[in-house]
Design a protein around this ligand. Structure first.
Ligand SMILES: [Zn+2]
Length: 315
C-alpha cells in the first residue's frame, strides 16, 4: 500500500506502508537520504501510537493519510527516537497527542529554541508551515507503553550514539524493533551529533534483541539474517572511520584532508558519502585530536568535500 505525496514533484518512489506484524506498521520513505526518514505506528483497538514524524509538512500529512487508511482511532502518543528534524518536525500535526522522548532529546530541542533554519544548507526543500513542538513527556532509561496486547519497550542506551538522546522501541511479543537512526540501512551512518564509537557499541544492543523485523531510521526494513547483515554494515563502516581517523592523525592531516585521501571502497555505493567528513571530525575528537570541534565547521567541510556542492536533499 502506498500514500500519494500531495505537493512534491520529484523522482522518488512514494512512501511504503507495510503491516510488519498484526496492527504494527512501518512507513518507509525512499530513498532514505537527507531528511527522508522512516516512521512507524501501532494501531490498537482504541488508539494509535506513532514512532517518529517526518521532515516536512507535506510528508507528515501523507504519513497521517497512511495511518488513516488503516485506522480511524485517535493518535494518542508520538514517540521521537531522537531530536533530528526529519523525525520531529511533524510533531505539531498530531494535535492532542503526547510527544514522548528521551530527556536529552527535549533538552537539545529546547536549547535550539525552535526549528532550525536549514535554508542555507538545504535551500530547495519545501518545509511547509512547520511549528515547533518539542516532546512534553521525557524519560531516561526505559519506559513501557502498552497498546492493547502490544508492549513498546522504549529504551535508551545509557551512552551517546547517533545523538545524546537516542531511544529505540522493542516490541517483544512481536519481535519487532524500531531502531531509529542507530541504523541507516543502505545509507551512510552519521555520527556528527553523537559518537562513532558509541554507535558501534549500540549495534550489540540492537543485535541482542534477536528481532525478526527491524525498521531502521532510514532505508528499507530488514528481516531475519538481513538484520545482522545491516548491523554488521554499520559496524564495519564506523570501524573503518575510526581506522581512517587514526591514520589521518598519524599523518598530520585534518579530517577534511583525510576524507579526501580516503577510498571508501564498497561503502562508496552508499548514499550521502560526504558524511565521512563529519564522522571523521567526531572520530578525531574522540581520539583527543579535534579541540576546536564544531558541528557547523564539520558541515562546511562536508560541502568542501563535495567540491562546494550542498548535500543532495530531495525531501
Ligand atoms: Zn538522525
Amino acid at each position: 500500500m502506498t500514500a500519494a505525496m500531495p505537493s512534491h514533484d520529484h523522482p522518488l518512489p512514494p512512501p511504503m506502508l507495510e503491516e510488519v506484524s498484526a496492527g504494527i506498521y512501518s512507513y518507509v520513505q525512499p530513498d532514505g537520504t537527507w531528511f527522508i526518514n522512516n516512521c512507524g505506528f501501532v494501531a490498537g483497538d482504541d488508539e494509535v501510537v506513532v514512532i517518529d514524524t517526518t521532515s516536512t509538512e507535506a510528508r507528515t500529512r501523507a504519513f497521517i493519510e497512511a495511518i488513516r487508511s488503516v485506522s480511524d482511532r485517535p493518535v494518542t502518543t508520538v514517540v521521537n527516537t531522537h531530536h533530528h528534524g526529519d523525525h520531529t518536525h511533524g510533531n505539531y500535526l498530531f494535535e492532542g497527542a503526547t510527544v514522548v522522548a528521551h530527556r536529552k532529546c527535549r533538552e537539545v530541542m529546547m536549547s535550539a529554541g525552535g526549528i532550525a533554519d536549514y535554508s542555507a544548507a538545504f535551500p530547495g526543500v519545501e518545509w511547509g508551515a512547520l511549528r515547533f513542538r518539542p516532546p512534553s513527556l521525557v524519560f531516561d532509561g526505559s519506559l513501557d507503553l502498552h497498546v492493547g496486547d502490544v508492549t513498546l519497550e522504549l529504551r535508551d542506551l545509557g551512552y551517546v550514539a547517533h545523538t545524546t538522546g537516542d531511544v529505540h522501541a522493542w516490541l517483544p511479543e512481536r519481535g519487532v524493533l524500531f531502531a531509529g537512526d542507530l541504523v541507516f540501512h543502505g545509507g551512510t551512518p552519521f555520527a556528527l551529533f553523537g559518537s562513532v564509537s558509541g554507535t558501534i557499541e549500540a549495534m550489540d544492543r540492537l543485535e541482542s534483541y534477536g528481532a525478526e523485523v527491524m525498521v531502521p531510521g532510514h532505508g528499507p526494513v530488514a528481516r531475519g539474517a538481513g538484520i545482522k547483515s545491516a548491523l554488521d554494515d554499520q559496524r564495519q563502516y564506523l570501524t573503518f572511520v575510526l581506522e581512517r581517523a587514526q591514520a589521518g592523525i598519524a599523518a598530520g592531516r585534518s579530517p577534511l584532508e583525510q576524507a579526501l585521501a580516503t577510498d571508501l571502497g564498497r561503502f562508496s555505493a552508499w548514499t550521502d558519502g560526504e558524511r565521512l567528513v563529519g564522522n571523521l571530525h567526531v572520530a578525531y575528537r574522540e581520539a583527543g585530536h579535534n579541540d576546536d570541534f564544531a558541528i557547523d565547521r564539520s558541515i562546511g567541510d562536508m560541502i568542501r568535500f563535495n567540491g562546494g556542492a550542498l548535500p543532495r536533499c530531495l525531501a
